[in-house]
Ligand binder design. Structure first.
Ligand SMILES: [Zn+2]
Ligand SMILES: [Zn+2]
Length: 141
């Protein structure tokens, strides 16, 4: 089973012990104690959500290496990233791009077209459940 690491300085959860992705330091990476780990699908280690607060209070914030300003900075950037990701997602929803060729020359498949596709190609047509069609390469998704 894999293991999960945390940074004692900024509190970031890391998947390896090479470098903290929160503060870019390498010397404060520590192994998360087994009791705070839960495994997704039995194999992928994650910080146990139910014990997250306890882990933060009892392990991270009591560590002599803990740095409140590094913690705050990390939280700030995470929120910044989240906002940025949401923005990008929104923009992609407004200006869809073909996942195959990257063309922005795409059209929405309308309910009518989907209906036609069901009528002419059968219920298992690939077009059902797809909402876009690329005019460049013909891919639908
Ligand atoms: Zn860190
Ligand atoms: Zn395409």
């Amino acid at each position: 089973m894999g293991q999960k690491y945390y940074c004692a300085k900024c509190g970031n959860i890391n998947t390896d012990e090479q470098q903290c992705l929160g503060c870019l330091e390498t010397k404060y990476i520590k192994l998360i104690p087994e009791k705070y780990i839960s495994y997704i699908a039995g194999t992928i280690p994650m910080l146990n959500k139910d014990l997250k607060e306890e882990f933060i209070e009892n392990v991270i914030k009591t560590s002599p290496d803990f740095d409140q300003s590094a913690w705050d900075r990390r939280i700030h950037w995470e929120e910044y990233d989240d906002n940025l990701n949401n923005k990008i997602k929104q923009e992609q929803a407004n200006h869809p791009k073909c996942p195959t060729c990257g063309s922005t020359n795409v059209q929405k498949i309308t309910g009518l077209e989907r209906g036609i596709s069901v009528a002419t190609l059968g219920l298992f047509s690939k077009k059902i459940n797809k909402s876009f069609k690329c005019n460049h390469c013909g891919y639908t998704w």
